[in-house]
Design a protein around this ligand. Structure first.
Ligand code: 13P
Length: 256
């Protein structure tokens, strides 16, 4: 982390877990564990229907609410979709886009991820843009090229002004939910390369200011080492964000 130039962010991705009625007890337990003052920005990305409950419970807890996906369309006849405007209206401040699970199970491509990031920015929501390589791509030594392509495509047409409100999350697919974390060196190498791509696109200052998160089996034990890397500014946490004590321990690990 480099706190001189950018903010540290710990974001939880609850995926399709928990329920709205489970949020209050979760937040009460989390509040007990979180350090005061908060050492970083804390976000919990829940299923959209749970965002109002998260905002109510998170108010006195300084935890921001986020979504996990958004429609690329502004409004209209798109049954089942949720617009950026609708997310903003209920108070979501962040939203994940391009998560590998959406790319894999819902066939989202880089153009769609780009359109979704833009839709969020239009409504003042910070996109947490996910990129990450598969195990096959890593083994074929394609990681850096592939991630560079994903980052470029996701940021296409986004202005330097808008970039200041973007977060990039590097999530190697092989590390998600597998208990197999990237080593601190592997994660740093890719996060550094992502910053390099952004530098080429926008220049040194915007690149220095963008927060880049690592995600993929980050937990209470390995967080400190990952977060000690110069280009890793936080984490996007799946499984461990569902356990108040573990999530709080990761938040505490930013305090270094
Ligand atoms: P895990 O932390 O459960 O590996 O999930 C990571 C993730 O996909 C966060 O978006």
């Amino acid at each position: 982390m480099n706190r001189k130039y950018r903010k540290a962010v710990i974001a939880g991705n609850w995926k399709m877990n928990q329920t709205a009625s489970g949020i209050r007890p979760f937040m009460d337990a989390l509040k007990e564990e979180l350090p005061q003052p908060r050492p970083c920005e804390i976000v919990l990305c829940t299923p959209a229907v749970m965002i109002p409950a998260m905002i109510r419970a998170g108010k006195d807890c300084k935890v921001a609410a986020g979504g996990q996906d958004v429609s690329k369309y502004e409004k209209g006849a798109y049954t089942g979709e949720i617009s950026a405007d609708q997310l903003a209206d209920i108070g979501a401040k962040y939203c994940i886009v391009g998560h590998s699970e959406r790319r894999q199970y819902h066939h989202e491509d880089d153009m769609l991820v780009n359109a979704k990031a833009k839709a969020l920015l239009e409504k003042g929501i910070t996109p947490i843009i996910c990129v990450g390589e598969s195990l096959e791509q890593r083994e074929m030594d394609l990681t850096i090229e592939y991630i560079a392509y994903q980052v470029k495509a996701a940021l296409y047409g986004i202005s330097a002004q808008q970039l200041r409100r973007c977060i990039i999350a590097y999530e190697p697919i092989w590390a998600i939910g597998t208990g197999r974390t990237a080593t601190a060196e592997q994660a740093q190498e890719v996060c550094e390369a992502i910053r390099g791509v952004i530098r080429k696109m926008y220049g040194a200052r915007p690149a220095r200011a963008v927060s880049i998160l690592y995600g993929g089996s980050m937990n209470a034990k390995n967080a400190a080492e990952l977060l000690a890397q110069p280009d890793i500014d936080g984490g996007l946490i799946g499984g461990a964000s569902l356990k108040p004590a573990d999530f709080a321990a990761i938040v505490k690990a930013t305090n270094q």
